[in-house]
Structure formats: C-alpha cells, structure tokens
Write a protein that binds this ligand. Structure first.
Ligand SMILES: [Zn+2]
Length: 388
C-alpha cells in the first residue's frame, strides 16, 4: 500500500493518503451530516456540515494516532518504520522486517488498540464533564463530536482485537502462541488458520443477516469477512514460504540449465529455436562469455510481431545495468523480497561476471508443490554442488 499524497513526517515516519481514502472520507462526512441532521433538527445546515467535517478530520487524526502507537513502539524496540498510510479500510503501518521476539510482536500489536481505547474513553469522559449523560443524545456541537469520536474509537479498538490475523488481535494471539511454542513460523500458521475461521464466521453471519432482512449491513459484514479471509490466506502462504526457505541460499534452488543465446540473433530466430522448440521462458544473453542481459517472453512480447525479423536479441533484452543481480549465496527470502519490490519474476544469479543460474518465482512454486507429492520433509534440499 503506497501513499499517493504525502502529508508530512512524524519521528521520521512518513504520513500519507492513498487515493481510496477519499471515498471513505466522503462517505463518513455525508453519513455524519445525515446523523447530526436527524439528532439535532434545530441545527442550521452550516453548523451540521461544519461539525461533520470537523468530526471526520478528528476521526482520521485518531486513526493516525492508532497507527503511530504501533509504529513508535516498533521503533523503540529497534524495528524500522517507513510510513503510515490511510486507505479505504483504515490505516496501515509499514514496518520493515518482522519482530524478532514474541514480546516485541505483542507490544507493537497491542499498542494501537490501547491508543484507540484511551482516545475513546477520554472523549466520552470529556463529554460527560460537559454535561452529557448516557443514553441521551448530545445536544451541543462539542459534545456531539466527542460522543461520536468516543464510541467510534472504542469500536475501533474492539474490532481490531478480533483474533483474525493480520488484525491486531490476530497478532496479539500470534505473539502469545509464539511465547508458548517458541516457534515463530508455527505461531503465524496457527494465527492465520484461526484468522480464516474468524473470517468464515464473518461471511456466514453477514449472509445470514442479509437474508434475515438487514440488507446492506449484512453485505458489509460479509465483505469484511472476505477481506479478512484473503489477508489470512496470504499470511499463511507467506509463513509457509518463510518456514520452507529459512536460511536456504538461492544456489540450492536456482535452475542451472540456463540457455545462453548470442546477442546478435534475431528475435524471430530466438522464438523459433528456444521458445517454441525448447519451451524456454527466459534466456541469458552473452557476449564473448560474459553476461550482458536477460531476455524473457515479456521482453519479446513488447516488440510488435512484424519487427521480430529485424530486431536483435540485444535490442529487445533487459541489459545487465537494469537487472537486479543476486549471488549464489543470497538468501531465498531476500531474493523473494527483491523480486516483490521490483516487480520481476526472475533474477539472474551471477558470480565473477558469469551466469550461474536463474532464480525464478515459478520454479520456486513448483518446488513447493513437488515436495509434498514426493513426500519429502519440508527442509529437504539437494546438496549444494560445487560452484563453477
Ligand atoms: Zn492496529
């Protein structure tokens, strides 16, 4: 989640907005306006919209404070925090790297809900001090703002504490399982599984309520459940990969049967010889034994077909300067991060200027699938063969 509009920095952490945020901001202002109009029919139109707008701004400030609590605790415990982004479904803190111990995970995760609870009860107490009493509707603009912010922040804390990973509650649960089992990956998988169960409960409840006549509210609950299910699935897959490839260098999993092609070859010849006959998806381009670039199906596809005869592999390839190169002892997990960060599907593995192999996402996935089929243990890797 990248922010599109940058608002500034707090303690070195960039605060920004994603475009999708504007949709939810507009929805909140309009529904608040409607709410204030119904509750206080004697208010002037200007007062209603000013109060709604001001309340919405304070609501987003309290969201930033929730995220900032996660981020500042993470910073205090030695993690790097890049940015906080507000988007359609709330806020997200981009914390680099994972917590190295259960205690850090616990405090980083619970800091946000604690902040929301303090803000929520603080606002309600303030409104109480100004003469508002439950369950009466607040009469003045000030108490109306405080009461709405109070309830929404308490609700935010409660919702985030639902034990569905990757929600805050799921992370707290993961930290507790981690402390008990002393196994970080297993705790992620357990928390993600529980997250999936919680997500299914949301979906069933949402559908149940929808057919029970609650209409949009039911659909909304089901939608949140679907979003949670997706997030829990992704976390589970991530944990599986982390567990399977922890400490494994790319030299153990890269493909070594790389085909090298001459840079002067035409694209037509390349497609005929290597793509159609040998089924290669990616080839190294060499010039006098030295790697000069990589050519993939994506590069070929970018050139109009009628030009394949006149275009050389060298003209279509991705040159070495633009490639992200890894060495045989780069860790698989680091290589995956590099791929994700640069939106590529393969990385050339180079040592001393010569190509040693290709590390690709599709090959890694095949490996993950092949292992259970062959009933190999999770940590079985081919022995590392001598380097060229
Ligand atoms: Zn949170």
């Amino acid at each position: 989640m990248q922010s599109n509009i940058k608002l500034g920095r707090i303690s070195g952490i960039e605060i920004g907005l994603h475009y999708s945020w504007f949709i939810i901001a507009a929805l909140i202002v309009f529904s608040l306006g409607e709410h204030f109009r119904q509750v206080n029919p004697n208010w002037a139109t200007g007062q209603i919209w000013f109060t709604a707008l001001f309340t919405a701004v304070l609501f987003f400030v309290s969201l930033v404070l929730h995220e900032l609590s996660h981020s500042l605790v993470a910073q205090a415990r030695g993690l790097k925090v890049k940015a906080i982004t507000l988007f359609a479904l709330g806020g997200v803190s981009q914390i680099e790297g994972d917590a190295s111990d259960a205690k850090t995970e616990f405090w980083v995760a619970i800091a946000g809900p604690i902040a929301s609870l303090i803000i929520g009860f603080g606002c309600l107490a303030f409104a109480f001090g100004l003469g508002w009493h439950r369950p009466a509707e607040p009469r003045t603009g000030m108490t109306a703002i405080l009461v709405w912010l109070g309830y929404i922040n308490v609700a935010l804390a409660v919702f985030n504490m639902i034990p569905g990973f990757p929600l805050d509650g799921g992370r707290v649960l993961r930290a507790i399982v981690w402390a008990m089992t002393k196994n970080a990956d297993r705790s992620t998988r357990i928390a993600a599984r529980i997250g999936q169960v919680v997500a299914f409960l949301f979906i069933f409840d949402g559908i149940w309520e929808f057919f029970g006549g609650s209409g949009f509210d039911g659909l909304w609950i089901a939608f949140i459940g679907w979003f949670l299910l997706d997030a829990a699935k992704a976390s589970y897959g991530q944990a599986e990969i982390t567990a399977a490839f922890q400490g494994v260098p790319v030299s153990s999993v890269m493909s070594r049967d790389c085909v090298t092609v001459n840079r002067g070859m035409s694209l037509q010849e390349f497609v005929d010889t290597y793509v159609l006959r040998a089924g290669q998806r990616c080839c190294a381009v060499e010039d006098q034994g030295r790697l000069v670039g990589l050519i993939t199906l994506r590069d070929v596809g970018a050139i109009p077909r009628e030009l394949w005869d006149k275009t050389t592999v060298r003209e279509a390839m991705c040159p070495l300067e633009k490639l992200h190169i890894i060495t045989p002892d780069t860790q698989v997990l680091d290589a995956l991060n590099l791929m994700a960060g640069n939106d590529v599907n393969q990385l050339p593995v180079v040592a001393n200027g010569t190509l040693q192999g290709i590390f690709s996402r599709s090959q890694l996935m095949q490996l993950l699938q092949a292992r259970p089929e062959l009933q190999l243990p999770a940590a079985h890797y081919p022995p590392i063969t001598a380097q060229r």
